[in-house]
Design a protein around this ligand. Structure first.
Ligand code: TMP
Ligand code: ASP
Length: 253
């Protein structure tokens, strides 16, 4: 079937969906870091992120968090509602790591006085700069009401996901969310959009401290595919692939 390609990003391609108001999200194996200065491929990443994001979005929806997710279509695609993406990356930090640890010269893993929420302006050209609420409101990237809603939803997502990952022996160190405007006639709702996966989260093994996310790619730590697979396995969504895993044919007597 021919489908209209609407947008190609660094890790996903968006196609026109089968019905108006829907979009097909195709998950690629491409990985980038440091605003695409570093590029590579993580074999099987698209398949795993499709499943992991499906799992997390579905559970969040059950918790009453509105999301764009409709259903997974196949190994690499999911059907989502078409939303107008709010041009902000909402970063939640439970523990100092990554760019935050660098900015404040803190050791990675240092506790924070409390969970922090940061905003970055989504612009590849500018390298997604950190911005303040002032900028968000002054440039009208989001209205005060939308920002309140985004923060309230983000806090709930963090509480839920932190507990969920704790249950499978992973510490949710930090993560990034994106939200979109969903139009239903005259009504507009802010909903969780994009994806939630080891591309957009830092996950550390509780026992060993091992990094189980895209930092393995960013920092050339190796074992990238294995880390994504392990997250999927612990969530119970590792797809059974390969002939070795196919069920043996039944013999009829
Ligand atoms: P940072 O420490 O590099 O700012 O990243 C914070 C969190 O946000 C981390 O979990 C990874 C995620 N993230 C993205 O999903 N996309 C991005 O472009 C960046 C920079 C970070
Ligand atoms: N995804 C972002 C990029 O390429 C950065 C990152 O996740 O580290 O540029």
């Amino acid at each position: 079937m021919r489908r209209k390609r609407l947008y190609e990003g660094k890790a996903k391609i968006l196609y026109e969906g089968p019905e108006p108001g829907t979009i097909v999200q195709y998950f690629k194996d491409d990985a980038t870091a440091f605003n695409a200065q570093k590029r590579g491929t993580i074999t099987g990443k698209g398949v795993l992120n499709n499943r992991i994001s499906e799992y997390l979005m579905t559970h969040l929806a059950e918790m009453g968090i509105p999301t764009h997710f409709i259903r997974r279509l196949n190994m690499r695609e999911q059907l989502v509602r078409e939303v107008e993406i709010i041009p902000l990356e909402i970063v939640v930090r439970n523990v100092a790591a990554g760019s935050f640890a660098q900015r404040f010269k803190m050791e990675e893993g240092s506790p924070l006085p409390r969970t922090l929420i940061e905003y970055c302006y989504k612009s590849d050209e500018l390298g997604d700069p950190l911005v303040a609420e002032e900028h968000v409101l002054a440039f009208n990237w989001a209205s005060p009401q939308e920002l309140d809603e985004i923060v309230a939803l983000t806090v709930r997502v963090n509480d839920y996901l932190s507990g969920l990952f704790l249950g499978i022996g992973l510490k949710l160190v930090d993560f990034k969310l994106e939200f979109g405007r969903l139009w239903e006639g005259e009504e507009m709702r802010v909903v969780l959009a994009d994806e939630i996966s080891p591309d957009s989260c830092r996950l550390w093994d509780l026992q060993t401290g091992e990094k189980m996310d895209k930092d393995r790619f960013r920092r050339d730590l190796g074992g990238i595919e294995e880390a994504y697979q392990e997250v999927a396995r612990r969530l119970g969504v590792l797809p059974e692939t390969g002939p070795a895993d196919a069920p043996a044919p039944q013999t009829l007597q």
